[in-house]
Design a protein around this ligand. Sequence first.
Ligand code: C2E
Ligand code: CA
Ligand code: CA
Ligand code: CA
Length: 274
Amino acid sequence: AKANGRNCLKVFDPDDPQHGDESENIAAILRIALEQRLVSLVYQPIRNVQTGALDGAEALMRMKMPDGTSIMPGTFIPVAERTGAIIELGRWAIRTVCKEMLATNKVKVASVNVSPSELKMPGFSTYVAATLAEYGLVGTRLAFEITEGVELDVDTDVVRCISELKRLGVQIWLDDFGTGFAGLSWLRMIDFDTVKIDRSFLHDCETERGRRMMRDIISLLRHRGLRILVEGVETEEQETLMRQYGIEQIQGYHVGRPEPARRFGNLGWLPSPA
Ligand code: C2E
Ligand code: CA
Ligand code: CA
Ligand code: CA
């Protein structure tokens, strides 16, 4: 188990034998939740900080319990990964994003978080291709976020899967940049379209030392030709700073909280007439 509490592992550690029963319970609940349609997606807007336009949205999973309370992904995703339920959940998420955000033209681009086991599962890119075709979508409108906060052995299977996705036009984004160990080596191995800088770096921008760090990261990513998105923008001042730094995209509570697809009604993107 990881030492940092980013995914609530301190509260609930699926690898801790003491929590074995709880883990079994959550795994069973996950199966039932998917069957009974208690799983849903909310979408957080992505703003182009230079133009002010809505560039896209990120899908985040929620799970409603029969008693009406919600379980957050930091609690159930690690269990889903451990039990293999993530494969089914992930496929459901990809399909749902295509259906409720892309086919309806609510946004131009929507991103979906993917777990390492999904990328390693044979047939992943075939599933993505079939789902895009089913909704008549071009691949460029879909992005997958791979977090560097998890252990992912970038072996030939993963590299092959990513190049198959890229051949479909699907975008590959690096999530939580700066929080893990792998980021820099992944930049050598994977042709990312966007790098999402973790919000901890933005919060450090309160000090001169933190701002220098942010500028260094930006210049590194810039030199590699990567599009940069900064996460966790919570204030107008932070947005202004990111605009001054030449960042392309931002995300965070200041731009918008995650909301169900129906809330994206008229804010969204309109395809240009053919
Ligand atoms: P993430 O991909 O880094 O998503 C960003 C998290 O930060 C979300 O938490 C979001 O609600 C929260 N957030 C957004 N803006 C702000 C802000 O301005 N300030 C603060 N303090 N927080 C902000 P959430 O929805 O609880 O998701 C937690 C993590 O669970 C995600 O982190 C992602 O790694 C994972 N996750 C969520 N949905 C899925 C999914 O469908 N599949 C997989 N594999 N993982 C998922
Ligand atoms: Ca993400
Ligand atoms: Ca994450
Ligand atoms: Ca993130």
